[in-house]
Design a protein around this ligand. Structure first.
Ligand code: GLN
Length: 543
């Protein structure tokens, strides 16, 4: 075990350059050398966490085992490293200020003026060091959200400056910038990179490594030019070309020897082998699928695909596990109605109804589920998607035509989905849902008992409403059964329809736990069922 090294990843020129993927890729390369690595994201906004943000603002809210509502980059970290993250891996400015203000009220700083420097920066540094000190990681990679020059990132950059000064060569800064190609000039331009490094220097931070996003090759002379203007060694100017898939990036960074440069800058020997066999096999299969299958993702935030990031990635993992390419058809639930449902869904061999909150688009989701149920199309409902499947069954099989969730209609005579007992008195919105990992017992002789290898599983949750157990007997008598139950409170966590080839609704979020080396078995089985459905249709057509 080596003493913890701290790597900071900052961004310049523009947002969306892929700091999260670069951080995860570097972490993967270090992990593949046998080091223990974790990645942390510092977000400069004032919300305590992204749990209260509309997905249109910030994409999906990723949930950790310990129930933290976090930035979607943590999903990438888990998918790349295959190790769980926790609350400590995502800190926002809101959380930092809240902690400092709480301390002030407790009298921790009694007599002192509480200021951005040192109090806010101390709190930031403490949250970074915590992962090295208490969690004992050999590498802590800290991604600073936003772009250098943003007013709100300043305290973070200042904390980086202080840590660099305090820790010397135990610490390094990787700055991600853009080298755009100007068509009119026919040239790649380095000026934006020079300016963003200047901006870092104004704040007292000299980047050690520059990773340059570009759409074409970064020639040697250009690398030398960037190195000269930005005070970095030429071999520390790394090209990061637009990739076909994010999963290519670790291998691209290995080609560019990013890991070797990091080790040499931190004074570590380059002796360990890099074991990326499993990763390379995954890429090989990803790029050479034997078949393809059309699966619909029905949700209400589909204009922003980041809203369903983990689901989309889970389909990639499950596709590879089945040697197939999953063509995800993004379908807006608000656009589905009785008249067009067949037309819109007829090409699909599997239908997934997404999680969500509130009334908008709910009837379209229910309509799509009716279609999947009646036409034997494999169906996976996640959280709200599962709740919609319960409502659909109540309305169309049990004939409770006004059945609903009390979230959408508090006056419904048949609240087949109702507020969790534990949620009834809660009025505050942030971090108060049923969040994080809970156990679930799998019922024998069910579809899910053949999918999960264990009879007791743990999955992550994020909801306030649940299946209303008063109706359970009636549902089961009519063919929709509870196949997963929370052993402590008896909550229904999984439903399925016995007579249907593959119809599963889960109150939890399997998508948060699917990784490259561990594709989630529910997704793998769902995709397999969709492929089988495809071949069944083909066989029928041939007869
Ligand atoms: N809105 C539903 C609830 O709170 C479902 C939540 C979700 O899909 N994550 O129970």
């Amino acid at each position: 075990m080596i003493p913890t090294k701290y790597i900071f990843v900052t961004g310049g020129v523009t947002s969306s350059l892929g700091k999260g993927i670069i951080s995860a890729s570097l972490a993967k390369l270090l992990q593949a050398r046998g080091y223990s690595v974790t990645i942390q994201k510092l977000d400069p906004y004032i919300n305590i966490d992204p749990g209260t943000l509309n997905p249109y603002e910030h994409g999906e809210c990723f949930v950790t085992d310990d129930g933290a509502e976090t930035d979607l980059d943590l999903g990438h970290y888990e998918r790349f490293l295959n190790i769980p993250t926790s609350q400590a891996n995502n800190i926002t400015t809101g959380r930092i200020y809240q902690a400092v203000i709480d301390k002030e009220r407790k009298g921790v700083f009694l007599g002192k003026t509480v200021q951005v420097i040192p109090h806010i920066t101390d709190e930031i540094k403490e949250r970074i060091r915590l992962l090295g000190r208490e969690a004992n990681y050999e590498f802590v990679i800290t991604e600073i959200g936003g772009t250098v020059g943003d007013i709100e990132s300043l305290p973070y950059i200042e904390a980086v400056r202080q840590m660099k000064w305090e820790l010397g060569n135990q610490c390094l800064v990787l700055h991600l910038t853009l080298v755009p190609y100007l068509a009119a000039a026919g040239e790649l331009k380095t000026k934006p990179t020079q300016h963003s490094v200047k901006m870092m220097l104004e704040h007292g931070v000299q980047p050690d490594i520059l990773v340059c996003r570009t759409d074409r090759e970064l020639p040697k002379d250009l690398r030398r030019k960037v190195a000269l203007f930005c005070n970095v060694s030429p071999n520390a100017v790394i090209e990061s070309r637009d990739a076909e898939t994010i999963y290519d990036v670790p291998l691209m960074m290995q080609n560019e020897e990013l890991d070797k440069i990091v080790l040499s800058k931190l004074g570590l020997p380059d002796i360990k082998d890099v074991d990326l066999k499993e990763w390379s096999t995954f890429i090989e299969k990803l790029k050479n699928p034997k078949t393809s299958v059309n699966i619909g993702l029905i949700g209400k935030y589909i204009e922003l695909k980041d809203s369903y990031k983990s689901i989309a990635e889970s389909f990639i993992h499950a596709g590879v596990a089945n040697d197939t390419k999953v063509n995800v058809h993004w379908i807006h639930s608000e656009e589905i109605n009785d008249e067009n449902v067949k037309e819109k869904l007829k090409k699909l061999k599997g239908i997934l109804v997404a999680p969500g909150f509130g009334d908008r688009g709910i009837e379209g989701k229910i309509r799509a589920i009716k279609y999947a149920r009646e036409n034997n199309i494999p169906f996976l409902g996640i959280c709200l998607g599962m709740q919609c499947a319960v409502i659909e069954f109540a309305r169309n099989v049990l004939n409770y035509t006004e059945a609903h969730s009390s979230e959408m209609n508090p006056e419904t005579p048949h609240p087949v989905i109702d507020i969790l007992q534990s949620q009834k008195k809660i009025t505050h919105k942030g971090g108060t849902m049923r969040l994080g990992s809970y156990p679930c017992s799998i019922v024998e002789n069910t579809l899910v008992s053949t999918i999960y290898s264990e009879s007791k599983i743990n999955e992550r949750h994020r909801h306030r409403y649940e299946f209303n157990n008063e109706y359970l007997e009636e549902f089961e008598a009519n063919g929709m059964i509870a196949s997963g139950i929370n052993p402590e409170g008896g909550l229904v966590e999984i439903i399925e329809i016995k007579k249907h080839p593959w119809f599963v609704g889960v109150q939890f979020h399997p998508e948060y736990k699917s990784t490259v080396v561990n594709p989630h078995s529910l997704f793998v089985s769902f995709v397999k069922a969709a492929i089988n459905q495809s071949s069944a249709v083909k066989q029928k057509a041939q007869k």
